[in-house]
Design a binder for this molecule. Structure first.
Ligand code: C5J
Length: 221
């Protein structure tokens, strides 16, 4: 059985049942004028991982493995956006306001699309989610079950918000989770580092971490 050299210890790859999940690589978080920038963040930090996520996707696809994208967004009427979320933060624009890429964090708007560099292909799954965790009010669990997925490799943004929340949700549901260290990014480098540390602490209390090269080397074995 091939293993990924990972922290806190080796991660065993299953014969079947491995999927790549790419969290929220959408224009709203990675491009100027979106939700991330209106909250005062430097979005260029997040763009640095694009080539690494592209490479991982290509390797997974070459092995016939499932690729799932998520994107955070709300219905046009914002009925799925609780006031606690709508009113939080001191951004120049709020969720639902008209911005340079259409309405902020609203499904179907240009800013809500996955970035062109990772445009989902027809055989890839896209899960729209109203929350930070990708299991909350989505069909992600059914999708994973229908493909008999047991092991999930996580990438995407932002490390300590939607990525970590989703990884914890997946861990609680029994999935063996690994976060790719150089295929995830945060607006706050110290939060990214803390997230990696807390995931693999206590013998991997939330899961494993490894570099993209370590993941690719094992998958290509
Ligand atoms: C945030 C996310 N940061 N995708 N969403 O609001 O992490």
């Amino acid at each position: 059985m091939p293993v990924i050299t990972a922290q806190p210890n080796d991660y065993e790859l299953p014969n079947d049942g491995l999927a790549l999940v790419i969290i929220d690589m959408q224009r709203d978080f990675l491009e100027p004028g979106g939700f991330g920038e209106t909250l005062g963040n430097d979005v260029s930090r997040l763009q640095t991982i694009i080539p690494t996520v592209q490479k991982l996707r290509q390797v997974f696809k070459s092995k016939g493995l499932l690729v799932i994208h998520t994107k955070e967004g709300h219905r046009e009427d914002l009925a799925d956006c609780p006031p606690a979320k709508l009113n939080r933060g001191q951004g120049t624009l709020k969720i639902g306001d008209e911005g340079p890429m259409g309405r902020i964090l609203v499904l179907g708007e240009p800013g809500n699309e996955i970035i062109p560099e990772l445009q989902p292909e027809p055989d890839e799954v896209v899960i729209a989610k109203p929350g930070k965790g990708a299991f909350y009010r989505t069909g992600l669990e059914e999708e994973l079950r229908s493909h008999r997925i047991t092991n999930v490799i996580f990438t995407g943004v932002t490390t300590e918000v939607c990525v970590q929340t989703t990884m914890r949700e997946a861990n609680d549901r029994g999935y063996e989770c690994l976060l790719v260290e150089d295929a995830t990014e945060s607006y706050f480098p110290e939060f990214k580092q803390a997230t990696l540390d807390m995931i693999r602490a206590q013998g991997g209390i939330v899961g494993w971490t490894a570099t993209a090269q370590q993941v690719i080397a094992a998958i290509e074995t």
